[in-house]
Design a protein around this ligand. Sequence first.
Ligand SMILES: Cc1ncc(COP(=O)(O)O)c(C=O)c1O
Length: 395
Amino acid sequence: MDKSSRPHIYLDYSATTPIAPPVVEAMQPFFSETFGNAASAHEYGRNAAAALDEAHTVVGCAIGARGSEIVFTGCGTESDNLALRGAALAARRSGRGNHIISSPVEHHAVEATVEQLHELYGFDVTMLPVDGCGRVDPDDVKRAIRPDTTLVSVMLGNNEIGSIEPVGAIGRICRERNIIFHCDAVQAPAYMPVDVDVLNVDLLALSSHKFYGPKGSGVLYIRDGTPYIPALTGGGHERGRRPGTVNVASAVGTAAAIKYVSAQRDEQAARLRGLRDRLFEGVLANVPNARISGHSTDRMPHHASFVFKDIDGETLLMALDVEGIAVSTGSACTSGNPEPSPVLLAMGVPREWALGGLRITLGYHTTSEDIDAVIDALPRCVQQVRAAAAELPGS
Ligand SMILES: Cc1ncc(COP(=O)(O)O)c(C=O)c1O
């Protein structure tokens, strides 16, 4: 392809989104005239604190919570870490128990934290089974609960395979048994409603850069009364739940971003679902040995993911990049030794398919022409990559 005519098509919105212009505008004054430390007592501090207060309220309102239940953090990963460590340790300190339940399809931010709670802090962990679409059965949660279970963590929309977990039902089970329920909802807010009471969650993590807000900015919802020990220690910022001078510009940006997505979520979700379904049809009709990974309908509307048999997902990603199309793969490739995605393996996807995972995530700027371009390029790229692999010695 002639380099000058190479398109620039971004289809990796689950990795990150561009900041929306109203968000940049809302943040701007907090880099200059309103620069005060929100913890300072003087006028500069009070102005910053007033903006921060308002940001708490706006974010709380958007997810059905009170402003006082919102904590601004440094990213989604931090929110997950604070939530899980904070709740597990607090519940143990009060003698409630030592057992955590989670799923094998969680993001590393949850998976590695639960693993550390087990390895370093001696918590017992039960991993739930998932079905072929990566979904947890609430009945399996019921079966896994023990008298000493204190914490359950299951995500809302899966970053890799798009499936939506039955979070509301799992939350109800936890509530009936007085077990703390944490949900990583990082992928959701731009594409589906997030309401802490509908979801029955006690702790919930969000990340602003996934919904057209700034990077390095997260939200942790902590329901009033939830046992919690702050994993960070220091001053009394964020009501002592996340010490450290608050990044007011980021908090204001997060509030502006959640307003921005709330205003157009339903309309965008319907539009993106239509484009995404056309992408599914186009790819499945034109690429041999291709399957959808995750649920085909009960999934986030912007999210398409596939597995291709006998192909390396990373090589396919690079072939698409040459065509000017930016997507991602679920499998982590370490120095030329590709390992299949643990999420796909947990779903029972055979290794020869699991190595060929590809994620195409649409966003508010995605057009019908972008989808046409993928439907045109992907069959060609798959064929190239398979042909190149067939020529390798030993293949
Ligand atoms: C489901 C999920 N949880 C947590 C994170 C981490 O968010 P952050 O990049 O803000 O640390 C991500 C990021 O990809 C994610 O997809």
